[in-house]
Design a protein around this ligand. Structure first.
Ligand code: PEP
Length: 250
């Protein structure tokens, strides 16, 4: 079976200056992307205006790195309605840094996914185990627990608006990329669970991204794995090499 359209997403996290991002966006604009791929850039909220003004490459969409469901008296937050008002369609939810540092539990993440897909956004839902969980032999249980919490709150048709990112926490920002075998094993578990619990067609169409120390040097090999449909990239997404990671999905 052929793979679904790949997604390659840049998670800039809390990084970047106006000067550096302007240079990087010029590189993204010049990148010749001649295959069917959805590229995504997720800047910090304060850089949305900059990216909206400067990103001209039509292969790219702009994404938030997080949001909350409702507008109102929530100082320091950004809601779905605020994103939609800017014309944004994508949001990353449940990143391990949100889970670790901001107390986002499986239930919090699931309710955000529910609200965002209900509002018509496309969600990159992040799941992944810690090193301790992997060493304890609990990788599958943890990842499926995170996935099941999300699946419980959305309808079968809503999966068209969801991309799953498998990001082992021990591989994020560490330079310790998962081997293709380690990544493929978990991606396959995710797709199998989806087939058994949501539906065969949804499972085969679902884009499952790998994230965790992806670089131009390892992206080709990872993308050859049957169940890897693209990448969520942190560190390397702040460099011109991000365009090579996009090219690896050709
Ligand atoms: C991430 O934070 O989503 C990520 C994968 O980071 P890095 O590529 O830097 O490991």
């Amino acid at each position: 079976a052929s793979k679904p359209q790949p997604v390659v997403a840049a998670n800039w996290k809390c990084n970047g200056t106006v000067a550096a991002l302007t240079e990087l966006l010029a590189v993204f604009n010049d990148a010749k992307v001649d295959h069917d791929v959805q590229c995504v850039v997720a800047p910090a909220f304060v850089h949305f205006g900059l990216v909206q003004a400067q990103l001209k490459n039509t292969k790219f969409a702009i994404s938030a790195q997080n949001c909350i469901a409702k507008s109102g008296a929530f100082t320091g937050e950004v809601s779905i309605a605020l994103l939609k008002d800017l014309g944004l369609k994508w949001v990353i939810l449940g990143h391990s840094e949100r889970r670790q540092y901001y107390g986002e539990t499986n239930d919090v993440v699931a309710s955000k996914v529910h609200a965002c897909v209900g509002a018509g956004l496309i969600v990159i839902a992040c799941i992944g185990e810690t090193l301790k969980e992997r060493e304890d032999g609990r990788t599958a249980a943890v990842v499926i627990g995170q996935l099941a919490a999300i699946a419980k709150t959305i309808r079968v048709n809503d999966w068209e608006q969801v991309v799953v990112a498998y990001e082992p926490v021990w591989a994020i920002g560490t330079g310790k990329v998962a081997t293709p075998e380690q990544a493929q094993e978990v991606h396959h578990i995710i797709r199998q669970w989806m087939a058994s619990n949501v539906g065969a067609e949804v499972a085969s169409k679902l884009r499952i991204l790998y994230g965790g120390s992806v670089t131009a040097a390892n992206a080709d090999t990872l993308y050859r794995c049957a169940d890897i449909n693209g990448f969520l990239v942190g560190g390397a997404s702040l460099k011109p090499e991000f365009t090579k990671i996009i090219a690896a999905t050709k």
